[in-house]
Design a binder for this molecule. Structure first.
Ligand SMILES: [Ca+2]
Ligand SMILES: [Ca+2]
Length: 213
């Protein structure tokens, strides 16, 4: 009898581990305006740009879905950058976060300056705890083309002390001046509970069952 209950608890823990959260990002398809109005950064995309004729914002030229996407553009000025980010708060350290977004190289001959990352922050002290490396298509991610959108995706465990993820996509010319135009659409940020907390939840349920037995 006891052995049967143990198997049941284990099976439920396995089922939980495969369940990711719903998409935590708002305006994930860029159908609503990308803003540039400062904090807060939760619930909306904040566009940013600097250097040369850089800019980012909504575009209707070639969306992956819906009527709009995010377009990030820079000219051949050195040290230019453009992109957008969004914060998601009330997260749990130890959970595994996955940030993904579809991207297309509108000019067909660049893309090396595209990057995506997650910045892990503490909302109380408003400081950065850490960040993923910059994931660059053609290096750690699939190279972009100008024909089809390519899915870019990164996963990392939320570090201790962090309760917020800043999901960032951008293009830049820090490696050398280059005119670039990248389209982004259908972003996603999901979390799955850390395996350790799942095991603890399973043990808790097991202890409860043993007490009731
Ligand atoms: Ca869209
Ligand atoms: Ca804002």
């Amino acid at each position: 009898m006891f052995r049967l209950k143990t198997i049941t608890v284990f099976a439920s823990a396995v089922a939980l581990s495969a369940t990711a959260s719903a998409n935590l990002l708002e305006n994930s398809g860029f159908e609503d305006p990308v803003v540039a109005d400062g904090a807060p950064f939760v619930g909306e995309w904040e566009g940013f740009a600097g250097g040369g004729a850089a800019g980012s914002g909504n575009s209707t030229i070639n969306p992956l879905s819906g009527a709009q996407h995010l377009a990030a553009n820079i000219d051949a000025s050195p040290n230019s950058f453009a992109g957008a980010f969004q914060d998601e708060d009330n997260l749990n350290a130890g959970d595994i976060a996955t940030f993904s977004i579809w991207a297309l190289d509108a000019l067909g001959d660049t893309g090396s300056g595209v990057e995506m990352r997650m910045e892990f922050r503490d909302s109380v002290s408003d400081t950065e705890i850490g960040r993923t490396i910059n994931f660059v298509p053609g290096d750690t991610l699939p190279a972009l083309t100008n024909n089809n959108y390519t899915l870019l995706s990164i996963s990392e465990t939320i570090p201790a002390g962090a309760d917020t993820i800043r999901a960032v996509v951008a293009i830049q010319s820090f490696g050398g001046p280059a005119t670039q135009s990248i389209f982004f659409d259908d972003a996603s940020l999901t979390v799955v509970p850390e395996p350790a907390s799942l095991a603890m939840a399973g043990l808790g349920a097991l202890a409860l069952m043993r007490r009731r037995k």
